[in-house]
Write a protein that binds this ligand. Sequence first.
Ligand code: MN
Length: 456
Amino acid sequence: MKSATHPKANGAGRIGGAARASAAARANGTARAERPVLQRPARIAGQAAIVSRFGSTLGKRFSRNNLGLLGLVHAAYSGLRRSRAAIRGRGANIFTQWAGDPDALGSAVLLKAILEELGAKEVRILTGSLAHPQNRNLVAKCGIVLHDPNTGRLPRGLNCMVDTSPPLGTANTGRVLPVKEYFFVADHHADPDDVERNTREKGVRRVKLAFVGLPVGSTSAFMAALAMAFDVFESVGEKGRAAAALGIYTDTSALLHGSTPLDFRMFEKLTRDPATQDLLDELRDYRVPPEWFAYRNVAFSNMEVTGSVRVAPVGYVKDEHRDVIAEIANDLLRIEGTSIGIAVAVTQLGTEVSVRADSRLLGEDQPRIVRVIDHLLEYAFPGVSGFKYERVPPHRVEGGACVPHGQAQEHMWSVAATGPGQDTDVLEHCRASARAIVAALADLKYARPDEIQGLL
Ligand SMILES: [Mn+2]
């Protein structure tokens, strides 16, 4: 009866093999490590499916010409629809950056409408602060209700995120308590491989529907296409449409920098009706408090200039004015012949630098500008966080870095905080930092003269 022994032997062999493999996997953790945290769409629909879904609303030719991006919108649409049962009756949290900007808020408003359409019971938009008068104007005029990311979240809600990537508690979500499980994420900023690594390091178990590193100028354009597929364009009203349109508008510098055909198309679709146009006009025509220009005056009257590098010390900046730092850096780069503009300020978080650079003055070797910025920041600010930046368009570098306060400093700064330029100690600290950046440039000139070609 060979047949009685052979199958047994074979069977035992198979079982043994499988058992060995899974034991080995458990021992070195490969079973977990091999399954990605980010569940990105496994399969993108073909041209026919994409054109039939978007052709009637976005145009057949437009759909055929933008298959890559619309394939992702299609995958997000199918993924959310398949999860309808998990959404119905549930609460949901929509996390954004700690300091919500129009793209984050516009995207969140649309995602809220989509989740509600799919039966979610309560959806909360969570953001820590609004650092720009335009954003406070947006929230007020569009009636956006915001909750605190830590105390205002729904404990058992589906965790979603727009316009920034997991894990929470790092980079621009630094003060947000982390979560382990994410349901839906849409973000155009981060590189998916970086997000995969960072989430793994922070013990995130899963991002169920991950749309990270979207090849689009603004997250709002992606969310608007998704909202259109779910037919919630009407139900969000002019307030929702204007919020999303402002998101596209500000993230692409008025459709000027890094905007894609989808940004243009969705901006046009969102702003077809006069009510949305009027509201958007009001959102663009915001006012700033007088301090806004006082900060600029301080910055420009203390500016250090060396070659094509400009560094402006701003002094202490209050939380609600924090975005003035980035605006000053933008203004520095606007001055003719400038390659690198750096604004240095002290905020609640620490000493912050905002950097804008244009590498076109560097000729052939444009990536060099990031190495130079890294050198300047490391030299001037020992212990600085890595320089986080994005390129929109490729020759333009936009980013920042932060040195957290020591405890003694924290006390000194918070006590010291008065008006723009009023606190001489803080301003002097920023001026010293600006001088250190200029010294770093001089250092680079001798250490690696080839690196500063075109900068000095
Ligand atoms: Mn954005």
